[in-house]
Ligand binder design. Structure first.
Ligand code: NAP
Length: 241
């Protein structure tokens, strides 16, 4: 059975990607940290649309908890993770002068370290089967840097570098590694922001929808995108700088 693992699939962009992957025929592994009610809603939406999947809670910032994914892979030899979407992420903004150590550590662990610890567990079976799709959700902040987000910008820029490096390591094995860089997308993460004011900076004059990021993820996940790897695709309504 072909599976798609989406980290942070309980809400926002991750949920929209889960639903889209289910529509592509994947058995969806819905990862989340703690919000079991929202994760169950994602699973229910997958099933309502004729798909299937299961919940897979673990904290992507905790390499001990990520071992649960390794255990699942060992115990489920009949299932194969063909698509991995590293989507789980947090932001914890502060000007650098006032940034606490745990603000730096938590954002780096959740957004950057998780890429390494989760992806390496999934990589082996992709290499064996000579096929796979790895999609990393980064951010406009990782491309241009954003004041108040040295931690988040560093983490996302780090994932962009890793995307380009890993893409070169495994292109010959039929595995693509790409990144999506959303601008402002309507989710819990952007809830406190002043959309009325911020949208004036966005050429499309609106925030994006999670489904619009999911459409781009579906393209990278498709067999048709086989010759595209190491790329960063912006989904930002034209907002560049
Ligand atoms: P969101 O609505 O806040 O949802 C975050 C998701 O990540 C939830 O499913 C949450 O699980 C999960 N998560 C957080 N920490 C986790 C951890 N340690 N382990 C496992 N799961 C964890 O966020 P979003 O806006 O959809 O963002 C998704 C991704 O897009 C993030 O990487 C974010 O940086 C990126 N992004 C978002 C925007 C935007 O405008 N929204 C822009 C650029 C980039 P629980 O429900 O259990 O908490």
């Amino acid at each position: 059975m072909k599976c798609a693992l989406i980290t942070g699939g309980s809400r926002g962009i991750g949920r929209a990607i889960c639903i889209r992957m289910a529509a592509m025929g994947y058995y969806v592994l819905v990862n989340y940290k703690s919000n079991v009610a929202e994760a169950n809603t994602t699973l229910a939406l997958i099933k309502e649309n004729g798909g299937n999947g299961e919940l897979m809670p673990f904290d992507v910032a905790d390499k001990e908890q990520i071992k649960l994914l390794g255990n699942w892979i060992e115990a489920n030899g009949d299932k194969y993770i063909e698509v991995l979407v590293n989507n789980a992420g947090i932001r914890d903004d502060s000007l650098m002068a006032w940034m606490a150590e745990d603000q730096w550590d938590n954002v780096l662990k959740t957004n950057l370290d998780s890429f390494f610890y989760v992806t390496r567990l999934v990589l082996n079976s992709m290499l064996t089967r000579k096929y796979g799709r790895i999609i990393n959700i980064v951010s406009l902040s990782g491309l241009k840097g954003l004041a108040g987000q040295t931690n988040y910008s560093a983490a996302k820029a780090g994932v962009i570098g890793a995307t380009k490096a890993l893409a070169q390591e495994i292109a010959r094995q039929g595995i693509t590694v790409n990144a999506l860089a959303p601008g402002f997308i309507k989710t819990d993460m952007t809830e406190g922001l002043d959309e009325k004011e911020l949208k004036m900076m966005i050429p499309a004059r609106r925030f994006g929808l999670p489904e619009e990021v999911a459409s781009a993820a579906a393209f990278f996940a498709s067999p048709e995108a086989a010759y595209i790897t190491g790329q960063v695709l912006s989904v930002n309504g034209g907002l560049y700088s």
